[in-house]
Design a protein around this ligand. Structure first.
Ligand code: AMP
Ligand code: ZN
Length: 472
């Protein structure tokens, strides 16, 4: 067998692919910037969520589930949130709670695992204030007209992540320069709240209440849950500057550390049918709307067909192709029963592809190969295919249930589909151990729930295959 390769990740900080070596293999730590919750998340927002879910799964596979901590925050204090709540005439809390709930429902349908911790900005105000006060005490930040600003020239290597020099940035900055800033590049850590906006007692030195800036939120939440220096920090490429650059400045200067995270990973941007997605172009797609037309697996698959660092052009044609592939794969899951044997490991070549900077297109190519072998009757290829598809976050059993039932009656209740699937499996076991009484009891139980079983011999394997349909 070929020797297993190390995990290689492209690090934006060094601009090359590097071997991943965790600071502590007993606790591998990753932070990813999460959504600002004021509206349905769009399909562009789904990209980092899916991409870093794959990395989370890979890290869990490599280091053990208990040894990986994944933090993905929720930004629930922001100008856009205030504006939307005022527009709708609802409380900020009601808006952020509702939007966070929608977000969770949407991404669960995309096969995304919950992160280990999902901190909210509003629950970490004290930590933010402590960071801000440390920055003031160390001469990296100053108070001016109710604001606290980070003084960029106080950090000689500011700009390392986005690879810009201070001079370049100053020349390129077209922001209106507030008169209270010592330097045009200085950015806000804390600012006064306007009437009606959420506010908290300000850091020492400011009497009026205020609220945190965006960048400081992530520095505070990352420190609280992952420590001063951790392994991986991720997000979309648009966050490199200024958000991540500023997170680094805050965290490193507050803690006097050489780095904030060792590896900085950024997904490429998503556009729609060749154009930038925007509300004004009318091509703005929410995950919520997409899921009305396409199964979550199709959306996930379509996302992972492109390498995470490449731009994606999100098209209807791409979705149709993804659907066609999954339909064909559904036939294999039918054939092999669609249930995972406990402890079955994903295919080594699939893992190796992912270890090469998350090469999901290559992993999918390998799944195609395995699928082909499985269709040709190779049972172990079928099992590897199944374990690998599940590993990549495709819920094969859900798919299997849908494939079986969709021709007859649309099963809108996934709970029902799953419980039927498990009862069918139990009945199969009972029959195998010649407990026909129990097998018949399960058949009757299902019949009482309007589910009719059909047994047929698979000509290829000679095994009994049970399918089911809903009685009309
Ligand atoms: P936001 O709520 O705008 O802060 O974005 C949440 C996450 O989605 C960030 O990691 C962004 O980089 C990412 N993101 C936003 N728009 C896109 C897009 N069109 N393509 C890829 N990633 C995006
Ligand atoms: Zn962030």
């Amino acid at each position: 067998m070929a020797e297993a390769h190390p995990l290689m990740l492209y690090n934006t900080l060094t601009r090359r692919k590097e071997e991943f070596v965790p600071l502590n293999a007993q606790n591998v730590r990753m932070y990813v910037c999460g959504p600002t919750v004021y509206d349905y998340a769009h399909i562009g927002n789904a990209r980092p969520v899916i991409v870093f879910d794959v990395l989370f799964r890979l890290l869990r596979q490599m280091y053990g589930k208990e040894h990986v901590t994944y933090v993905r925050n929720i930004t629930d204090v922001d100008d856009k949130i205030n504006a939307r709540a005022a527009e709708e005439g609802v409380s900020i809390r009601a808006l952020t709670e509702r939007t966070a709930k929608q977000f969770h429902e949407d991404i669960a349908a995309l096969g995304v695992l919950p992160p280990t911790v999902e901190p909210r900005a509003t629950e970490h105000i004290e930590e933010m204030k402590a960071l801000i006060e440390a920055l003031i005490a160390k001469g990296h930040a100053y108070v001016a007209e109710g604001h606290v600003l980070f003084h960029v020239p106080s950090m000689p290597d500011y700009g390392k992540l986005s690879n810009r020099s201070l001079d370049e940035m100053a020349a390129g900055a077209r922001v209106e320069v507030a008169p209270y800033k010592k330097d045009p590049m200085d950015f806000v850590l804390w600012k006064p709240s306007k009437a009606g906006e959420p506010s908290w007692p300000s850091p020492a030195g400011i009497k009026e209440p205020g609220r945190p800036g965006w960048h400081i939120e992530c520095s505070a939440m990352a420190e609280k849950h992952l420590g001063e220096v951790f392994d991986i920090h991720g997000g979309g490429i648009d966050l490199v500057f200024p958000h991540h650059e500023n997170e680094i400045a805050q965290s490193r200067c507050a803690h006097a550390t050489p780095v904030m995270a060792q590896y900085w990973l950024h997904n490429g941007f998503l556009q729609v049918e060749g154009e930038k997605m925007s509300k004004s172009l009318g091509n703005f797609i929410t995950i919520h709307d997409l899921l009305k037309e396409w199964p979550g697996e199709v959306v996930r698959f379509n996302m992972l067909r492109t390498h995470y660092r490449q731009p994606i052009d999100w098209t209807k044609k791409g979705l149709e192709e993804s659907q066609a592939t999954l339909d064909r794969w559904g036939e294999i899951s039918d054939r092999i029963g669609g249930s995972l044997v406990e402890g079955l490991l994903p295919d080594l070549a699939v893992i190796e592809a992912l270890k090469d900077d998350l090469n999901t297109p290559l992993a999918i190519a390998r799944l195609h190969e395995l699928a082909k072998e499985a269709r040709g009757g190779n049972e172990s290829a079928g099992e590897k295919w199944l374990a690998s598809a599940e590993f990549l976050g495709f819920d094969v059993s859900r798919w299997h249930a849908r494939a079986q039932s969709s021709e007859l009656v649309e099963v809108t209740d996934p709970e029902l589909a799953l419980s039927v699937k498990s009862l069918v499996a139990q009945r199969g076991e009972a029959r195998k151990s010649k407990n026909f009484k129990e097998a018949d009891r399960i058949r009757d139980e299902l019949a009482a729930r309007g589910v009719i079983l059909k047994d047929a011999k698979d000509p290829a394997t000679g095994e009994i295959v049970t399918t089911w349909e809903l009685a009309r």
